[in-house]
Design a protein around this ligand. Structure first.
Ligand code: ZN
Ligand code: ZN
Length: 242
């Protein structure tokens, strides 16, 4: 056995408090810092190449865009991309991160997002990263804003400038998870305000969040950034839920 003090510390910690895979619960090797076992880690699914060229939605058959983007009204959000599809393995990780206060997972998840980032050269013009803000009450309850942690860790490794506190959430909205597409739009309307328009004007902004579903939240925030004078707004999230 390796006898350096760090490894011994990890070994002892693992005896008292064994680390387990966030998805399948299998015991992890004491030197392994990854939150998933190798099999679950290998189960993470990158965003497929067959996807909507605008919103990034994975497509079942050919074509360049999804039904919503083909016939839809013009949007404030120019582009959306995600590192992974929101599959069961990633769902377990995001759940641990957000609801079991595993703040330590931010670095691991941001690193995964950073490794996938070069696959999206279309995002290269967007050099200013802004996290989707949480309402202060929700932030207090959770202890952190997961999107802010991801943006802070992602920015330096992707050559982005992190715009902190550019926008805020003025309304504490109901969780979007159980709402229909239409309800999500009305639930989130008017929820954001731009606090520092001087950070936004004339810039290409990349919104950062953990999971994108209908894009209602990202679209609403993008429209506020555009009203405040942003040149263009795109989004990059850890996961895309089809
Ligand atoms: Zn596992
Ligand atoms: Zn689309």
């Amino acid at each position: 056995m390796d006898l350096d003090p760090g490894s011994i510390g990890k070994y002892l910690l693992n005896v008292v408090l064994p680390a387990t895979c966030a998805h399948c619960g299998l015991d992890l090797h004491y030197l392994d810092d990854a939150p998933l076992c190798p099999a679950c880690s290998g189960g993470l699914e990158p965003l497929p190449a067959l996807r909507c060229e605008a919103c990034g939605l994975p497509l079942d058959s050919g074509g360049r865009s999804c039904r919503d983007c083909r016939g839809g009204a013009p949007r404030s959000l120019a582009l959306a991309r995600s590192a992974f599809v929101f599959n069961p393995q990633l769902r377990s990780l995001v759940h641990a991160f957000k609801y079991r206060a595993r703040e330590d997972l931010a670095a691991f998840l941001a690193e995964k997002m950073a490794s996938a980032f070069p696959a999206f050269p279309e995002l290269a013009p967007y050099t200013f990263a802004a996290a989707v803000p949480l309402h202060p009450a929700k932030r207090r309850e959770r202890g952190f804003n997961q999107a802010e942690l991801l943006a802070a860790a992602l920015a330096p490794s992707c050559g982005l400038f992190h715009l902190e506190g550019a926008a805020g959430r003025t309304r504490n909205t109901k969780s979007q998870t159980t709402l229909s597409k239409e309800k999500r739009r009305s639930n989130i309307a008017g929820a954001f305000a731009i606090i520092k328009p001087e950070l936004v004007k004339g810039r290409n902004i990349l919104l950062v969040d953990d999971v994108a579903t209908t894009l209602a939240t990202l679209e609403e925030l993008a429209s506020e950034f555009k009203k405040a004078g942003a040149r263009s707004v795109a989004a990059y999230t850890l996961a895309r839920e089809p």
